[in-house]
Design a protein around this ligand. Sequence first.
Ligand SMILES: [Cu+2]
Length: 152
Amino acid sequence: MSRHVIRSFGILFSLVILLGGATWLLEKSSEKQTEETGSSTNRSVKISIVTNEIKYTSPDGKKVIEAYRWDPGTIVVNEGDDVTLEFYGIKGESHPFLISGYKLQGKVERGKLETVRFRADKTGNFPITCLTHPDIQHNGPMVAHLVVLPQP
Ligand SMILES: [Cu+2]
């Protein structure tokens, strides 16, 4: 009787080990499929950016200082992504810009959308510079950072 119980227990134990192994193998193969799919198709990424303004007026109203900014100021994508940058003009009349690292340019006007599309095929940090407000002396710096991370 007890030998029968021990044998049943042994069979049950073997089944559990086998099932565990099969499950592990299935998980491994599905991980591999995901990796392969990820490398063969490019991810589409759309990022919305607005033009913003930071302004200070002294209590007596005599001193006004201001700076224009891209919002968000940092954009992170992955190498190989198909990127759409959608700029919307809110503050400031006009912001002609350059992303020199990708040889891209455009112009954002108040109340209008400007769209730029590209494949992120170079890694690194690429400034998005407004040509009207490139630094503090010109009411900037209206410079955002497009960061392209290498494939993991
Ligand atoms: Cu600007």
